[in-house]
Design a protein around this ligand. Structure first.
Ligand SMILES: [Cu+2]
Length: 121
């Protein structure tokens, strides 16, 4: 399956629309929600992009197998993603970079290749 990129563009879009005309009206922290589905053995999307300083909520679910994410660099504590349930993870990325988050629950043959990439810019 090809990589898919979801760009959380709420804040970027607001800024491009209003930064010249209405700088004082910018919301300091527009929040952003991204749905991510785990399966054996891939996150979908497996590549998301978010903005520095913008709170992000990931809504995570699984359609096959038990998976997980964890990133101390991004402030995401160990989170188990189980089939048929949705778990929310909210974090605020503070440092630009590309963060590869491997599946944090051993899930079988494809486990070592399963990762979610979060690009912060
Ligand atoms: Cu997994």
């Amino acid at each position: 399956m090809a990589n898919r990129l979801v760009w959380c563009a709420i804040l970027a879009g607001v800024m491009s629309m209003f930064s010249v005309a209405l700088p004082a009206a910018l919301p300091a922290q527009a929040s952003c929600t991204i749905y991510v589905t785990a399966a054996n053995w891939q996150f979908s999307p497996d590549h998301i992009a978010v903005a520095v300083g913008q709170p992000v909520t990931l809504k995570l679910t699984s359609v096959g197998g038990v998976h997980g994410i964890q990133s101390s660099a991004l402030g995401i504590s160990q989170t188990v993603i189980a089939p048929g349930k949705t778990v929310d993870v909210t974090f605020t990325p503070m440092k630009a970079g590309t963060y590869r988050i491997p599946c944090s629950v051993f899930c079988g043959a494809g486990h070592s290749n399963m990762a979610l990439t979060i690009e912060v810019k």
